[in-house]
Ligand binder design. Structure first.
Ligand code: ATP
Length: 591
């Protein structure tokens, strides 16, 4: 079976330990029959046999030895069980540790499309609940199965050596138990797959609610969110109960059959004792080992339950394990070149699934140029810039950097030549200094400060209680939208890359601050091609050229003055923005 083969492969480095654990399980479980055997000897020799009285008088030494043997074997079994469990735990924990690292790297290596398709809550479920279910199965469920099977077989073999007929009478109950268990397993499997899906939905709802908590509060939608959560919670609980109740449907049959072993033993065993075919001691051995046959049968339902959960979780992990991103970053250790920063879009077409977002887009940006991109919301601006670091691949045409198709370039090198501040600002829960130096951990504090000053962030940072050492909360909590944008800009500038992409980075800052940032960008001390997505004419007016996108097509291209003269989309936006603020920007781009 593929899943088990996969587990075995991933057990590498811990296989010997796991095999030792299995062997010890088998040995330890086989020893279960030793004490019933000693009991049988004691009963036949000293209690119920014809010579019992005489043996008791003359063979006390043997009796004591047998009793000590029983105690000794009990202790040995306990010690073995302890050591065995430790081996299972160690090997399964080590294996999961390795798989967890691998999966985490795998998630890191996925492309943007993967993140578009997969929910965070689902990925979190895979990395936590599913992995733990598999570990639990490796350590406990497999152990239980192996030990139950061994005890069952050892008991049956021992019974056969005593009396074949009685053994067969007892095993008469096994086939119906297996049939019931098989039907149960078939019925319950899809339920656990469904249950796993509902758990993932529950986690996704919880995760979205926690990360979107500020929006929930802003719209006073707590009640709605609670209802949404309750619905998912009820769904999960109902599915859980349904699966548990299926087990309960089968439980009475399995339990009755399991109890039936005692009845068969009493009837058939009692008859054989009366007939003199087996001794009273042998009957005692049967009686004290009957659990070894009935318990595995009784537990078969629970084991099947766990096995189904195990396979449901394992298949999710395997999906993630083998997920191949379309855009693969091999992280080849090559010497990274510094690009000049020439960018060319050559009849680019791009789509998400089947929806075309960019169509026949062509333009060239020379090294050092500053290009502004403007367009209505949804016109494809972000999609366009995402093609440069190859977050997505084009559906047609080519994107070239320094004259080479980005698909031919080494991804680390390509991305290592681009500084980017995205529209959705994400800061890590770290110090402000740590956030600015995210792309270059070696960045001296003085440099972090000077980039913060360029991004108009220095003044507000030094006013914070601990200045650059202030820890910002998750996603930059404690900072205003504009402050977050400025730190993100400082972070993008601090890496000193030859291509700088800013996606609406100054949308939340006031005009005066924006002017400061524009000046900084013009006066950057390192050579850099800048692509700036902006909605304000005050930002775009300063650019060497402006591209206007509409419905995924490039409809206008030129300088501020050229586009105004064209009296098209840009001119309309210019007029609209300047009506209310007293024509701050003139046609020549000066304030
Ligand atoms: N990950 C995605 N999957 C599917 N469709 C997407 C995805 N991202 C964006 N789109 C769609 O692609 C189109 C262009 O989106 P894009 O974000 O590029 O526009 P934009 O011009 O940057 O908009 P805005 O100014 O609002 O940021 C939109 O219709 C959007 O719905």
């Amino acid at each position: 079976m593929f899943e088990l083969k996969w587990l075995w492969q991933n057990l590498e480095g811990n296989r010997a330990r796991y095999v030792v654990a299995i062997c010890l399980s088998v040995v330890g479980s086989s020893l279960t029959i030793v004490n019933p055997y000693i009991s049988q000897r004691i009963v036949d020799t000293f209690i119920a046999g014809d010579q019992a009285g005489q043996n008791l008088a003359t063979g006390r030494g043997l009796l004591v030895a047998l009793c000590l043997g029983m105690i000794g074997f009990s202790l040995l079994r306990t010690g073995l069980a302890y050591f065995t469990t430790m081996q299972y735990e160690l090997s399964s924990q080590n294996m999961m540790y390795n798989i967890r690292i691998y999966l985490y790297n795998k998630i890191q290596g996925q492309d943007r499309e993967y993140y578009d398709r997969n929910r965070t809550g689902d990925l979190m479920t895979k990395m936590t609940g599913d992995l733990d279910m598999v570990r639990h199965s490796m350590a406990w469920i497999f152990k239980t199965i192996i030990e139950s099977l061994t005890i069952f077989l050892a008991a049956v073999i021992y019974f056969l050596t005593i009396d074949v007929q009685l053994t067969l009478w007892m095993l008469i109950l096994s086939p119906p138990i297996f049939i019931v268990a098989f039907i149960f397993a078939k019925k319950v499997r899809p339920m656990y797959i469904d249950l796993r899906e509902r758990l993932s939905q529950l986690n996704t709802t919880t995760q979205e609610n926690i990360s979107g908590n500020r929006v929930v509060k802003a719209f006073a939608r707590e009640e709605f969110e609670i209802e949404k959560f309750t619905e998912k919670n009820v769904n999960y609980a109902v599915a859980n109960k349904k699966a548990a109740l299926v087990w309960l449907d089968y439980f009475p049959y399995l339990e009755t059959f399991a109890q039936g072993f005692n009845v068969v033993l009493m009837l058939a065993g009692g008859y054989l004792v009366m007939e003199g075919r087996i001794t009273f001691g042998e009957f005692t051995a049967f009686s004290s080992l009957i659990w070894a046959v009935s318990n595995p049968m009784r537990n078969i339902g629970i084991i099947i339950n766990d096995i189904q959960r195990f396979f449901a979780s394992l298949s999710k992990i395997i999906d993630l394990y083998y997920a191949r991103p379309a855009i693969v970053n091999d992280h080849n250790q090559i010497e990274q070149r510094r690009y000049e920063g020439r960018i060319e879009f050559d009849h680019v077409r791009f789509k998400y699934d089947s929806a075309t977002v960019l169509d026949d887009v062509s333009f060239t940006i020379e090294p050092g140029e500053t290009i502004a991109i403007m367009g209505a919301t949804g016109s494809g601006k972000t999609s366009l810039i995402n093609l440069i670091p190859r977050f997505y691949d084009v559906a047609g045409g080519r994107v070239l950097v320094d004259g080479r198709d980005v698909r031919e370039l080494e991804l680390d090198e390509l991305r290592g030549n681009i500084g980017m501040a995205t529209q959705d600002v994400l800061l890590f829960s770290d110090t402000i200094d740590g956030n600015i130096a995210y792309g270059d951990p070696e960045l001296p504090e003085e440099d972090a400060k000077s980039f913060a000053a360029l991004a108009a962030a220095h003044d507000f940072i030094v006013k914070m209680p601990e200045g650059y050492d202030t820890v910002v909360g998750e996603r930059g909590v404690g900072l205003s939208g504009g402050q977050k944008q400025r730190i993100a800009l400082a972070r993008a500038l601090a890496v000193r890359r030859p291509i700088l992409i800013l996606d609406d980075t100054t949308s939340a800052v006031d005009l005066e601050t924006e002017e400061h940032i524009q000046r900084s960008l013009r006066e950057l001390e390192y050579p850099c091609t800048k692509i700036i997505i902006a909605q304000r004419v005050s930002t775009t007016a300063q650019a060497d050229r402006i591209l206007i996108l509409e419905g995924g097509r490039l409809i206008e291209e030129g300088t501020h003055a050229e586009l105004l003269a064209k009296r098209g989309y840009y001119y309309d936006v210019f007029m609209l923005q300047n009506e209310g603020i007293g024509r701050q920007v003139t046609e020549s781009g000066q304030e």
